[in-house]
Design a protein around this ligand. Structure first.
Ligand code: TYM
Length: 334
């Protein structure tokens, strides 16, 4: 079992990242060989401030370690220090089809009506993502729901490359499976139950950052958009109530139980009772992460050492597949 996943070092780590992906990263360290990386090359596909990207790469490294990603057990690095990611993307660009990329919902959402004005990198972003996982022969890729389509594309690219350039008994790439949590695979904004919680939302009140202190957390939960109804006794009663469903889902995921269980405890109660309980649960679970993060982020030398050591291991792990891809394509490396 080879586990590979990444996160863009833009802004803070938020509760969507944590519940959708990072918690599974931490768990999967007990199950297989893990590689986790900061997708800093992906982050330049949209306008960015260079100094912020550098600072965010280190901060996000500290946040991941604070969440429980253990750099002694997992390979933790940033893409930039492993040039094979960018090299393999170029090799896969010959296999990926324009039509496949045109269908990506993230591309459509991010480009909006202004496709012509977007960077080429934003369009080919999913090919780099395919390279990220195929380079290491990933079998399992823990992600939130929003990355499922990109993983399907990675499988399509791998399959076509294998068909076109490898023999059936010696495929170059492994087809990776996405690992998506059963609850909380898609955490929504606290201000709008139809938009996903995201680093790019201009309102900080829309998301819970893992770095928020207790007062901020309580305040964000208190101000979260809800409806005037009480909580139902069954899941079906949350239909058509996206904000309520989101908060109950967050509670269940944080408490490590199911939505049904939470509704059993809170059925008939209004948000006046539910929100303080949710706020306290979040404070209790996030406080230790927050404390570790504040400790770690101060030590830039230690963070750089973690990334350097991880990159060294990643370069060695990716080298054989990159060589095979060059060779399969008939590219002579001397
Ligand atoms: P990114 O940086 O947007 O998010 C990192 C991880 O967090 C998950 N996630 C969510 N899960 C549930 N609810 C949400 N509101 C929410 N928001 C984010 C994402 O699904 C993701 O798992 N393109 C990727 C980074 C990437 C990658 C990869 C991932 C680059 N290469 C290779 C896996 C494998 C991204 O931008 O994720």
């Amino acid at each position: 079992m080879r586990v590979v996943s990444g996160i863009q070092p833009t802004g803070n780590l938020h509760l969507g990242n944590y519940l959708g992906a990072i918690r599974n990263w931490v768990r999967m360290q007990d199950e297989g060989e893990c590689l986790f990386f900061l997708a800093d090359l992906h982050a330049i596909s949209q306008p960015h401030v260079p100094a912020e990207l550098a600072a965010n790469t280190r901060e996000m490294t500290a946040a991941l370690v604070a969440c429980g990603v253990d750099p002694d057990r997992s390979v933790l690095f940033n893409q930039t220090q492993v040039p094979a990611h960018a090299e393999l993307q170029w090799l896969l660009n010959g296999t990926a089809r324009m039509g496949w990329l045109n269908r990506m919902t993230q591309w459509k959402d991010k480009a909006g009506k202004n496709r012509e004005g977007q960077s080429v990198a934003l369009f080919t972003y999913p090919v780099l993502q395919a390279a990220d996982v195929l380079l290491y022969q990933a079998t399992h890729v823990p992600v939130g729901e929003d990355q499922k389509q990109h993983l399907e594309l990675a499988r399509d690219i791998a399959q076509k490359f294998n068909n076109d350039f490898a023999s059936e008994d010696a495929p170059v790439f492994t087809l990776p499976d996405p690992i998506i949590p059963p609850e909380a695979a898609r955490i929504m904004s606290l201000r709008d139950g139809s938009a996903k919680m995201s680093k790019s939302d201009p309102s900080d009140m829309s998301r819970i950052n893992l770095t928020d202190d207790a007062d901020t957390l309580m305040n964000k939960v208190k101000k979260a958009k809800t409806d005037p109804e009480v909580l139902p006794s069954e899941r079906a009663g949350l239909e058509g109530r996206p904000e309520a469903a989101n908060l109950v889902g967050i509670y269940a995921a944080m408490a490590g139980t199911s939505v049904d269980e939470v509704l059993r405890d809170f059925a008939g109660k209004g948000f006046g009772a539910f929100k303080p309980a949710l706020g306290e649960l979040l404070v209790e679970k996030l406080a230790p992460i927050n404390a570790r993060f504040i400790d770690l982020r101060a030590d830039r030398t230690a963070l750089d050492a973690i990334l350097r050591k991880g990159a060294e291991k990643a370069r060695a792990l990716g080298a054989p597949t990159l060589s095979r891809a060059y060779e399969a394509l008939g590219l002579v490396r001397g």
